[in-house]
Write a new protein. Structure first.
Length: 338
């Protein structure tokens, strides 16, 4: 599929999402939505703080993956690059452009093979941690809450099914998936023969770095702990917001609802990744979920809208960080760029 057609599809889905958002806003009564948002108060600052904590934990996990002997990047460098990439991923469909920019900004501070390998390893194990957490919400609901099983069981089944490709990718990484991919690319007619071996050698080096991380159990455990911290913060943020929108429910009940909400939100983001920011579809998904499980749909919509506003704030911070990082690289002396 060429780029122009892909951009057209992205634009169509973005327009559909905006229309869906507008319809929901008026059907749920925009005045009532405004009152719900005003009631959030200082909890919004808590929401921003928790999301920032998740970003900081994720950057710490990435740092643990990178071999210290092949890097001179500080935690501040990694957090800045990670935050900038996070902002770009939110604004662009597919969530891959941010990874490219993270690598570009840190080029010269981390050996290129290690840099690419660390991004591959981080994104793989981070996705695995996400998928493990998507299972917690449905399981808690099935055990502790009397919610419609015809809603919870399909969510659980989809979350379980999502683990299958992760298992296949893990096998691929153990077998040297990057080199195999490079071999396929090398067969393409526009790749000159003299570059094929260079491509294979570079891919083999990246595969070696990916496998090296698995052989460092202390680093693996440290990365896993930081990823766990990043994951647990997300339902805690939802929990705090739902306490405002559904005060009649007990804290334990709300916590379980927060987990199933985060599960649904994560599954939706994977399915509708083609929509920049999942505008409209995320709010629609939360509205539908709350209606199906017998809760106030307005609470689901309002909660997701607060998280979108929070995301806009953190994206703005990420773009500002990225601007200064890019400007700093351009103004650095040539001998310091590599």
């Amino acid at each position: 599929m060429n780029k122009s057609r892909l951009r057209l599809i992205n634009m169509i889905f973005l327009i559909l999402g905006l229309v869906l958002f507008g319809v929901l806003l008026f059907r749920l009564d925009y005045r009532e939505v405004g009152q719900r948002l005003a009631a959030v108060g200082w909890i919004f600052l808590l929401s921003v703080g928790l999301h920032t904590a998740a970003l900081m934990s994720s950057a710490a996990a990435w740092k643990a993956i990178i071999h210290p002997d092949r890097s001179r990047a500080s935690y501040k460098d990694l957090l800045s690059a990670f935050w900038f990439g996070h902002a770009i991923n939110y604004m662009t469909p597919g969530g891959t452009m941010g990874e490219v920019l993270r690598g570009t900004i840190l080029r010269g501070k981390i050996e290129i093979d290690e840099l690419v390998a660390s991004l591959i390893s981080y994104n793989y194990y981070n996705t695995v941690s996400m998928e493990i957490f998507t299972l917690i919400g449905p399981i808690l609901c099935l055990i502790f809450l009397d919610l419609p099983q015809d809603v919870i069981l399909p969510i659980f089944a989809i979350a379980l099914l999502a683990l299958v490709p992760m298992i296949l990718i893990f096998i691929g990484l153990r077998l040297g998936a990057v080199k195999q991919l490079a071999r396929i690319v090398g067969w393409l007619p526009f790749v000159k023969a003299k570059y094929q071996q260079i491509l294979l050698d570079k891919a083999a080096a990246i595969d070696g770095c990916v496998k090296d991380f698995i052989k460092r159990p202390r680093a693996f455990r440290k990365a896993a702990i930081w990823m766990f911290a990043a994951r647990i913060v997300q339902p805690l943020e939802v929990w705090a917001l739902l306490h405002v929108f559904l005060p009649q429910l007990g804290l334990w009940h709300l916590l379980i609802i927060a987990f199933i909400t985060q599960t649904t939100s994560q599954l939706l983001s994977w399915v509708i990744g083609i929509v920049p920011g999942q505008v409209g579809f995320a709010e629609g998904g939360m509205t539908l979920l709350f209606k199906l499980i017998g809760l106030d749909p307005l609470a689901g919509f309002s909660m997701e809208l607060v998280r979108r506003i929070r995301m806009i704030v953190t994206v703005a911070i990420g773009l500002t960080i990225g601007f200064f990082m890019v400007h700093g690289r351009r103004s650095a002396p040539l001998e310091n760029r590599s």
